[in-house]
Write a new protein. Structure first.
Length: 447
């Protein structure tokens, strides 16, 4: 198909992209019924289904997955002999955490200093709008077939989509997969993600007393469960702050594009005078080594706490593991480490939350070559390949094909944090990249 005028068509579609993203962000589609009504996720799924039907996909419908979430599926048949490309995104979002920490309301798209703020503007509703913009710019003249999937519980990690894929693999057969839930190394730097860490998660509970007791009467000899939990969690890190778990290798190195330490400090918003944790390069620590994080602790809050020794405390612990590490083995190692580290004979119980396998892409096929040319044409720079510390377990569930991880999420987006945002030029440029890829991929495979 002709690429003439494609950039102009995409630029003309950006006001519509902003309007669409404003609507989508206003739907608090957090896939956790303990926090938000399930009807909100259903509303977002229906919005996505209607939008992609209008954009030219066929039989767009909601499919119930085993965890109770609804995936949005659709397709467009390929011309005779042409390949098929699968487009992936997810419509559920992280909870906003503390609304007071946001400069503007989390579910109201707000423009400041050229960026669009709101929960999901980047992760991953910005990628949904990027897909829509690319398809609208291409119109009916599309030389490849399409499959489309928008997941509904990716942020909760409950595995509904992975289980659905295993049961319906024929619905996901494609020659190339564009997994749009990552992004560029920086605004204006075209990047493809070739490595993802896997995930192992659990909840650890420490018990020392049958109930709380008064700290004035019993404090001292009475074993404090919260203090025991703190000691246990402290053993997960070496003195320099690096992850240290018995039986788990933490010496891997990254051989690809590096991540400058000063840029990382800026991207992560590290306070002045605070050191980064661990040793080795930033890229080693992010993409080639395990990383443990305490996601939450159940204990009395400061406001309203009483003078009591705690009998029970628990924590949610997340472990990211690099390619080459079995996540199930990592979960067993983490469990054994926590149980062994218990002081004073404290009782420790562990509730596994599940695992996700790491991923390493094969980058020597026609899809990567096509994407590299498209990115160079749009950005005027060669495509870079980076790793990512996050996990997308679905990458290992899809039928075998060339898998490309890309999208609108760059470090300034602050995904999962307060004041999440997206640079609209990334939506515009990545939509152009995707449109060029879809227009060129069939020819690239023939050659």
């Amino acid at each position: 198909m002709s690429e003439h005028g494609l950039a102009d068509r995409i630029a003309a579609l950006m006001p519509r992209a902003k309007a669409d993203l404003t609507e989508l962000v206003s739907i608090p589609s957090v896939a956790d019924p303990r926090q938000y009504p399930p009807e909100e996720c259903r509303k977002a799924a229906q919005w996505v289904a209607a939008a992609f039907t209008e954009a030219g996909l066929h039989d767009v419908h909601l499919a119930e997955t085993p965890d109770g979430s609804a995936a949005v599926l659709g397709h467009r048949p390929p011309p005779p002999g042409a390949p098929t490309v699968l487009l992936y995104c997810h419509y559920d979002v992280q909870p906003p955490l503390d609304d007071a920490a946001w400069t503007s309301p989390p579910f109201t798209l707000t423009e400041r200093d050229g960026r669009w703020y709101g929960r999901g503007t980047a992760d991953c509703k910005g990628n949904i709008v990027m897909h829509l913009t690319a398809l609208r710019a291409l119109g009916d003249d599309l030389p490849v077939g399409l499959r489309f999937v928008a997941e509904g519980s990716e942020e909760q990690g409950t595995g509904g989509m992975e289980a659905y894929v295993e049961q319906h693999r024929e619905q996901f057969l494609a020659d190339a997969l564009l997994i749009c839930d990552t992004g560029n190394a920086a605004v204006g730097q075209p990047t493809v993600t070739t490595s993802l860490r896997g995930l192992a998660g659990l909840v650890v509970t420490v018990s020392t007393l049958r109930g709380e007791v008064h700290s004035g009467m019993f404090g001292g000899p009475a074993p404090d469960a919260l203090a025991a939990l703190v000691q246990i969690l402290a053993t997960l890190r070496a003195p320099d702050g690096g992850t240290r778990i018995d039986g788990l290798d933490a010496t891997g190195t990254w051989s690809g594009v590096p991540y400058d330490e000063e840029r990382f400090r800026r991207d992560a918003d590290v306070l002045d005078g605070v050191s980064l944790t661990g040793s080795g390069t930033v890229a080693d620590r992010l993409w080639a080594r395990p990383a443990v994080t305490v996601l939450g602790i159940d204990c009395p809050p400061v406001v309203g706490s009483s003078a009591a020794v705690q009998g029970t405390a628990r924590a949610r612990v997340s472990l990211r593991v690099p390619p080459g590490t079995d996540p199930d083995a990592a979960l067993r190692a983490l469990t054994a480490h926590l149980e062994k580290a218990a002081p004073w004979g404290a009782h420790v119980s562990v509730e596994p939350e599940g695992t996700g396998a790491p991923f390493r892409a094969a980058t020597d096929g026609p899809a990567y070559a096509t994407l590299g040319r498209a990115m160079a044409d749009v950005y005027g720079k060669p495509m870079a390949a980076l790793g990512q510390g996050g996990s997308i377990p679905l990458c290992n569930a899809f039928p075998r094909a060339e898998i490309i991880l890309m999208g609108v999420e760059e470090p300034q987006c602050l995904i999962h944090a307060p004041d999440e945002s997206v640079d609209p030029t990334e939506i515009q440029h990545m939509a152009h990249v995707e449109a060029l890829f879809l227009s060129r991929y069939a020819a690239a495979r023939r050659h």
